[in-house]
Design a protein around this ligand. Sequence first.
Ligand code: ATP
Length: 637
Amino acid sequence: MTSTIDKNGAAESRVFEADVAKLLQMMVHSVYSDKDVFLRELISNAADACERLRYEAISDPALLADETRPQISITIDAERRQLTVEDNGIGMGRDDLVDALGTIARSGTKAFIEQAQAAESGDGVSLIGQFGVGFYSAFMVADQVDVVSRRAGAKEAWRWSSDGKGTFTVTPVDESEAPARGTRVTLHLTEDATGYTDRAKLEQMIKEQSGHVPVPIALIEKPGAEPAEIADGAALWTRPRGEISASEYDDFYRSVAGQFDEPALTVHFRAEGRQEFTALLFVPQSRPFDLFEPDQKRQLKLYVRRVFITEDADLLPRYLRFVRGVVDSADLPLNISREMIQESPILAAIKKSITGRILSELEKLAGKDAEAYGKIWEAFGPMFKEGIYDAVDRRDTILGLSRFKTTAGSLRSLKDYVGSLKENQTSIYYLAGQDAARLEASPHLEGFRARGVEVLLLSDPVDSFWVTSGPSFEGKPFKSVTQGAADLAAIPRLDASTEPSQGLSEGVTEFLAFLKTTLSDLVSDVRSSDRLTDSPVCLVAAESGPDRQLEKILLGVGQLAGASKPVLEVNPTHPLIASLAALGQDDREFKEDAARMLLDDARVLDGDRPSDALEFSRRLARLVERGLRRSTVGGGD
Ligand SMILES: Nc1ncnc2c1ncn2[C@@H]1O[C@H](COP(=O)(O)OP(=O)(O)OP(=O)(O)O)[C@@H](O)[C@H]1O
């Protein structure tokens, strides 16, 4: 953006960035019932500004001048229908105002806009509650917002002003009109937001939403009145656990995590000994929107003896990136630079400790309340699974915490699985694919069902990766049901009468050899299957190399030069195979058509296309025609 002010210092109207304009449009027309959130957003910005100042003042104490105590004050002016939120934090210069309040830097807000536009309702209003859209939420309750700000250490002050209808102005203001340092946000409330000038209502809102921000908050009931402190800025995490109520924890979680739900798990502890620190951590109920953003921030806030340092410190492994909260260290130096943070052995030790603690608390919850734990798993399972291959040292714990949909039910643990192994079963079997519904219908499962062998049904994209990273659980390796020989013969069938006779008839052996020669350009082998009971054929991967699903994923992302030839497994007891085998040397052409048809059938069941669509169509026509001819001839007999 270019200069905003003309030579005489008069206001020049500027247009909001397109995304901001869209967002404002949504805010102004919002019918979202919980408009109260605007105050939480403004107080949170004010507290952030105070904390940023506290941090910058460590290296430049002059910034604090003679006003060292951070403070947020909220002034009601009922007569003029105005509400003012003021802080003595870091403040904003002219460029800060233009950049911070005229464009959208926050990826979360962009995500909000995208989702809101995709939402069927078109206005995305219901989404506001899930995202929290920062400063702009002021326009849900105000038809004009003025921001007067003075950057810490600066002489000049500026006013940003907008009615939220597409443009804003930035003008210099007289020093006497501006706070000595920091930012004053004045909301000109709309008529239907008059309620926000009610003192009692406001006090209750502040206590509920923001009572635990680490900066004191005062309420001034009319201009000139004495400020009344309604929150003391005592950081919640410094208080003993026994003195904190569940609702205090919940409120704190919402303000620190920017979430609007309740925490599914709260972990609050003080570590003493080699490292001294306090951690207050939350597992949310619903997924934070930015879990898959590559530069996701704001997981855990790092404090050093109650001074906020950063929210970018790497305090959790990636697979726990849904955890939110604060860590307050007593050992780090206050003037630690952001660069030093990345290499600090103290932080590495804290990371290890809080990771272990979260996992053990989750284990406890899983043992105590399977349903509550199941909900956490439903929301964050795919992330946990990344940990199975990322965090080799925690692999057993994470496998123990994992839950699966299987042929025996949902949310099954590996302990459940291993507890119901069948006689002679030595592996944990899985079937991976993209479509959960299709997995259940896969022919690969038939032989396993016939033996009552449970199979994990894995439909998260990440599944194909961790299963091939060599995990095992209680000594049992994982094995894909679409790869290699199934080793099922040694496991007795539930219904012994359906046990196929040992050995293949001469006709079937010959037919398998015929299939192998005919299909040699497309398959690496053809063999009799003990995986199948109802279907005539299926495709499996060779013993070495990726399983079928992983191969598809790797091909899709260009990680493999070409597909390997699969193995065609044939069900020797299927009537179709038996009849084809009975043809002996006769009808070669027909048998060739049938062979290729069987292969295409197996491909389609795997979610693939026939190998040659035109040939497939011609072959189908020939086979149907032959069938019709035979039935007419037969009918005339
Ligand atoms: N009181 C304030 N003092 C200083 N800077 C502020 C203040 N309020 C807003 N800002 C600036 O405006 C930016 C945009 O604010 P906004 O509330 O939209 O998003 P955010 O604060 O970055 O994100 P979030 O609200 O999710 O924490 C902030 O990042 C900050 O730079």
